[in-house]
Write a protein that binds this ligand. Structure first.
Ligand code: ADQ
Length: 464
């Protein structure tokens, strides 16, 4: 049987899977690596004075991980720079926040070439290689240059941007050309895949061709593409929900929400998640519905992320101010409309929190998929489920059309959706929840992983 080699910027294989802190993706890929006797390769998170092309190996609960140290300049230009200040905002439609620095692009190319230099000698001829996310788009090209002939798949966890935005990136053609060294490219949704195909077929400097069955041809090569919607580990999440700790958190939240309806938001602190717009929508709701003041509260759980990037410090300051403003304006001596918390919780605690919430607010301005939407649904009590309010711009909206879909840029729409969710009759809530829970089951992370691996194995490679 072929080995599976997973490659991602940070290696998420948990040291202690029983600790309950690892997400579904980390658990699903770790399980696959145990099954296929594979390897998880990526950056160690450490910096060294001088790069040496060697990996450090570790065993993490039966998963072999291979870690590479980078130089500080690599981290600054490749990770903080090109990945987080250039590609992330651009892929989330924020050209206003995109940094177009030449040194970032150069650092990105250099660091990917370094990853290839360390990875190539570790490979065996029949290994399947699965590269994840926007940090490592050119890695297949760099591996091919070193003579690697293996099947290589790529999965993008973010949206793919519209062509009109992608062309603002200097060397966009070079970036896309490097993708034609993969055998398979996967996206979360048909929408992201169609945007990729539109670029390939309509960008004059590429002049590619769309072939049957989602294959695309350009730069003298053909690549297979596909839609692979990611999900959560449903059984693990239900077990976390039903665990003693999950149940205890639910009781604690339910007691704290007694006589009041809780609305919950759980998101990394990121401008793509639409947090400011969400707070403005909630403020509008309080303005529009004086009778509901004192009856509801919003619990917004938002761990700080990427704090070394200025844009993230700015949005953090704006959110602090906004949460303070809404509380200052509407709170009463025994009621606070917003509980804004910058910390992480264990998965079983999160499950308890979701279950106690009447409304789940998942309103990103743009998001590859969004797993919180699926976690919120999985956590609900089937006899009395809460209502999911979901941005139409999250990839999840392509499958979860039974949620209350909203335009997160409109505070009036958000206000109306919150009201509708809070007042929805039980029969409608149950019907919607049943449909949505079926979607959550159908897109279990194990199905996503196995589909991708099977599709990569099935790609017909042109004769060498
Ligand atoms: P993210 O942008 O991180 O992922 P998301 O899919 O919502 O977004 O996943 C976030 C995860 O972090 C969820 O499992 C959530 O429970 C967890 N989390 C968030 N806040 C937390 C907190 N306070 N405490 C504990 N856990 C918390 C990227 C893409 C998404 C895509 C995923 C997977 O941006 O669009 O869905 O990858 O492909």
């Amino acid at each position: 049987m072929s080995r599976l080699i997973v490659v991602s910027n940070r290696v998420a294989a948990p040291r202690d899977p029983a600790a309950g802190s690892a997400g579904g993706l980390a658990m699903a890929l770790s399980a696959a690596l145990r099954k296929y006797d594979g390897l998880w390769f990526g950056w160690s998170g450490e910096t060294v004075e001088t790069f040496t092309p060697e990996a450090k190996f570790e065993d993490r609960a039966g998963v072999t991980v291979a870690l590479v140290d980078l130089e500080a300049q690599d981290v600054e230009e490749y990770y903080n720079g090109y990945a987080n200040k250039t590609l992330w905002p651009l892929f989330h439609h924020r050209v206003d926040l995109t940094a177009y620095e030449r040194s970032y692009g150069e650092g990105y190319e250099r660091t990917n070439a370094r990853f290839a230099e360390v990875l190539a000698p570790l490979l065996r001829p029949d290994d399947l290689i699965w590269i994840h996310d926007y940090h490592m788009i050119p890695l297949a090209r760099d591996l091919r240059r070193l003579g690697v002939k293996n099947r290589i798949g790529f999965f993008l966890h973010t949206p793919w941007p519209a062509r009109q935005l992608l062309v603002t990136l200097p060397h966009h053609r070079r970036l896309v050309e490097s993708m034609f060294d993969y055998d398979l490219i996967g996206f979360h949704t048909r929408e992201w895949l169609d945007l990729f195909r539109d670029y390939v077929a309509s960008e004059p400097s590429v002049n590619g061709k769309l072939l049957p069955n989602d294959a695309v041809e350009a730069f003298g090569r053909t690549v297979q593409t596909g839609v692979f919607p990611i999900g959560i580990d449903v059984d693990a999440f239900l077990a976390a929900r039903n665990s003693t700790f999950g149940a205890r958190t639910y009781d604690r939240m339910a007691a704290s929400a007694a006589f009041r309806s809780m609305i919950v938001g759980v998101d990394r602190l990121d401008y793509s998640k639409g947090l400011e717009e969400r707070l403005l929508g909630y403020e509008q709701f309080l303005e529009d519905n004086p009778d509901m003041r004192g009856e509801v509260f919003l619990l917004q759980v938002t761990p700080i992320s990427r704090d070394e990037v200025d844009t993230y410090q700015d949005i953090r300051a704006r959110l602090d101010a906004l949460a303070g403003r809404v509380n200052g304006e509407y709170a009463d001596m025994d009621w606070q409309p917003v509980r804004y918390i910058n910390r992480t919780y264990r998965r079983d605690q999160l499950a308890g929190i979701y279950r106690a919430a009447r409304v789940g607010l998942v309103t990103p301005l743009r998001d590859g998929m969004n797993l919180v939407a699926k976690e919120y649904i999985a956590a609900q009590n089937p006899d009395d489920p809460g209502v999911l309010v979901l941005s139409r711009f999250a990839g999840a909206a392509e499958q979860m059309g039974e949620a209350l879909l909203v335009n997160p840029f409109s505070r009036e729409e958000l206000s109306d959706a919150i009201k509708r969710a809070l007042t929805m009759p039980l029969s409608e809530r149950k019907r919607k929840w049943e449909c949505l829970m079926q979607v959550v089951r159908d897109t279990d992370v194990g199905i996503w992983r196995d589909d991708f691996v099977a599709s990569l194995t099935a790609v017909v490679k042109p004769a060498a």
